[in-house]
Write a protein that binds this ligand. Structure first.
Ligand SMILES: [Zn+2]
Length: 217
C-alpha cells in the first residue's frame, strides 16, 4: 500500500488545491505560500449565523484564489480536491465546533446535474470530513427538482424562493433525534443551507449545524 501510494505520487503528484503548484512530499493539500496568504475567517466570522441551522462553519472567505479553486472544483472536473477542502473544514470543526455531532450529511445536487458533472461535490467533502471526524456520513436529502443555479440569481428573496421545497428527506429514521452536520461547498446568502436545514428539522433531526469551505463576504 505504501509502495502503491508512492507510485501514485510519482505518476500524479499531489498539487495545492488553491494554486495547482506541485507539493513537496507529505505537505498535505495546500502549499506554503497559499497557507500563509489564504483569506481565513477569524473570530465571530468563522460561524455564519442563519435560519434553521444554528451556525455554519466556514474556514475561508469566498474570494480570489479560493473562489477560482472552488469554481474549478465544481465545473472543471476536479473531484480530487474534495479531500483538501475537507481537511480545512475538519480542522476548523476541531477548533470551533463546541456541539457533539451524530452524523455528517450534505446538500445534494439534482440527478440531472449529477449526470452532467459525474460527482456530487458536497457529498465527496462530507465523506472525507466524516472520516476525519470519525462519524458516519449519511445521505439524508434528495434534490428532486432541477432549478436554476443559485449563482445565476443575486436577489436574496429570489434565491430563497428558488430553493423552496426542492429538497426531500430520505429515510428520516436514519436521522430522527440526531445532531446533524450539514456540508455544502460555499455559503452566500444562506438560502440553500436554510432550506436543507428546514427540511431536515421538519423530518425529525434534532439540530442542524452547517459547514462549508468558504463564505461570501
Ligand atoms: Zn498554493
Amino acid at each position: 500500500m505504501v509502495l502503491l501510494n508512492r507510485l501514485l505520487d510519482i505518476l500524479y503528484p499531489p498539487k495545492c488545491v488553491f494554486c495547482g503548484k506541485i507539493l513537496e512530499p507529505a505537505v498535505g493539500f495546500v502549499c506554503k505560500v497559499c497557507k500563509e496568504k489564504l483569506p481565513y475567517t477569524r473570530g465571530a466570522e468563522i460561524k455564519r449565523r442563519g435560519e434553521f441551522f444554528e451556525f455554519c462553519l466556514a474556514p475561508l472567505y469566498y474570494r480570489d484564489a479560493v473562489r477560482d479553486s472552488i469554481l474549478d472544483f465544481k465545473f472543471g472536473n476536479r473531484p480530487g480536491r474534495a479531500e483538501g477542502y475537507a481537511a480545512l473544514i475538519s480542522e476548523c470543526a476541531g477548533e470551533n465546533l463546541d456541539v457533539d455531532i451524530d452524523l455528517i450529511t450534505w446538500a445534494p445536487i439534482s440527478k440531472k446535474r449529477f449526470r452532467k458533472r459525474g460527482y456530487d461535490q458536497s457529498r465527496l467533502i462530507a465523506f472525507s470530513v466524516a472520516k476525519a471526524l470519525g462519524k458516519p456520513a449519511v445521505k439524508t436529502l434528495d434534490k428532486h427538482t432541477d432549478i436554476p443555479a443559485q449563482s445565476s440569481i443575486s436577489d436574496p428573496a429570489r434565491r430563497r424562493a428558488n430553493v423552496m421545497d426542492v429538497y426531500a428527506a430520505v429515510e428520516p429514521e436514519n436521522f430522527t433525534g440526531k445532531r446533524v452536520l450539514l456540508i455544502d461547498d460555499i455559503i452566500t446568502t444562506g438560502a440553500t443551507m436554510s432550506e436543507c436545514s428546514r427540511t431536515l428539522l421538519m423530518a425529525g433531526a434534532e439540530r442542524v449545524i452547517g459547514a462549508c469551505i468558504a463564505r461570501a463576504d
